[in-house]
Design a binder for this molecule. Structure first.
Ligand code: NAD
Ligand code: GLY
Length: 351
């Protein structure tokens, strides 16, 4: 196995993100080099565990760890408090203590839930992220946001809890459905637009670049943002580019439009809004890349419909809304404005 790429995050906890191809069967040795022998409680889903569970558990056990596995149905509908409680009960029964660890083996759903369980179990135990989707690799496994969904909305119950290690074997992405992989690319394109023109140019033509280098660059960007604003009081908001409109589209579709597809359309709306707001127009260039990845570009909902969902967002601050708008490709800004102005801008885009 080649030497992994190592990216270190210095936040409230300092930890390494290790990226390599074909490294999964080596996870036990790597974890043993960094942490004392203990029990590792693995949370995974019923799509990922049959693919990679045996490799991970055998490797950890060979390195001297005891493993306890809890597998839940795959998909966003599993990201519930009840499922976190079940996982915690499993840990209790297995006598997992504060010197033991949690390991998330899966995409963003598993990572967010395992992280949240680790944050609250015994007032917090360490956890390891083993991301297996592109979205989890470039975004959710880094930065310590953990959460579950409740009936009032997505991610409304959670905690900041940084992982102690992120272990990414890029080969695990080879088994992803094409649509799940494509959804991850919406986030990759997002990083390029918000903070890195060179990355945007690199990924503009699908399939024309080295995936490992692109993932590493996205992680570096997220690392830089998290190190400056771990608790999301300011510039971490840039990561929401395309998401204010995207979340509204996702919700209005009853979640039949996937997250990545909704964010892709949300980025186009943000570009149009930026133009009306007085910034240079980047609609064409953003629309082209979104289209080239095979995403739909039209928003099927009116400005009024989107606005009603945006207004109900519990994370909104007072009567103002902060939009992430592109000033140029590779440089976005946070623009706080009255909610009514957002509706006006959206209407002027023709929605
Ligand atoms: P996901 O975890 O539901 O995974 C998508 C699908 O791919 C699932 O069916 C899963 O079983 C399957 N899958 C995962 N890895 C696979 C593999 N290697 N091979 C085959 N199938 C595989 O979804 P996601 O897109 O990874 O994550 C979305 C979640 O991430 C949302 O809940 C979102 O709120 C959260 N999120 C969190 C953050 C954060 O900072 N914490 C950031 C962005 C998104
Ligand atoms: N994915 C958004 C964040 O980590 O802040």
């Amino acid at each position: 196995m080649a030497t992994p790429t190592v990216i270190t995050v210095k936040a409230s906890g300092t930890y390494d993100i290790l990226l390599e191809k074909g490294s999964l069967s080596n996870i036990g040795q790597t974890v043993a080099e960094r942490f004392k022998t203990c029990t590792i409680a693995i949370l995974s889903d019923d799509k990922v565990f049959p693919l990679y569970g045996k490799t991970v558990t055998e490797s950890l056990e060979k390195a001297g760890f005891r493993t306890v596995c809890h597998v839940i149905p795959n998909g966003e509908q599993s990201k519930t408090l009840d499922n976190v409680t079940d996982f915690i009960n499993c840990m209790t029964q297995a006598q997992v203590t504060r010197t033991d660890m949690v390991l998330a083996l899966g995409g963003g759903v598993i990572g967010d839930m395992a992280g949240f369980a680790a944050a609250i179990y015994l007032r917090g135990i360490p956890f390891i992220q083993v991301p297996t989707t592109l979205l989890a690799a470039v975004d959710s496994s880094v930065g310590g946001k953990t959460a579950v969904d409740i009936s009032a909305g997505k991610n409304l119950v959670g905690a900041f809890h940084q992982p102690s290690l992120v272990y990414l074997d890029i080969d695990t992405l080879s088994t992803l459905d094409a649509q799940v992989m494509r959804d991850g690319f919406a986030e990759v394109i997002k990083y390029g637009i918000i903070l890195d023109r060179k990355l945007f140019d690199t990924v503009a033509v699908p399939g024309s670049f080295d995936l490992k280098s692109v993932i590493a660059r996205c992680i570096e960007i997220k690392r830089d943002v998290v190190e400056q604003d771990e608790f999301d009081h300011g510039m971490r908001g840039l990561l929401n580019f395309g998401h204010t409109f995207g979340h509204a589209i996702e919700k209005l579709s009853g979640f039949t439009i996937t997250h990545g597809s909704a964010v892709a359309r949300g980025m186009i709306i943000a570009a149009k809004v930026a133009r009306i707001y007085g910034f240079t127009d980047y609609t064409e260039i953003i629309t082209k890349v979104v289209k080239d990845y095979g995403f739909e570009t039209d928003c099927p909902y009116s400005a009024d419909a989107l606005y009603s969902v945006i207004l109900s967002d519990k994370k909104r601050s007072g009567s103002d809304i902060t939009l992430v708008l592109p000033k140029e490709i590779g440089r976005c800004t946070l623009e706080k404005m009255p909610a009514a102005q957002v509706l006006d801008l959206m209407k002027k885009t023709g929605l």
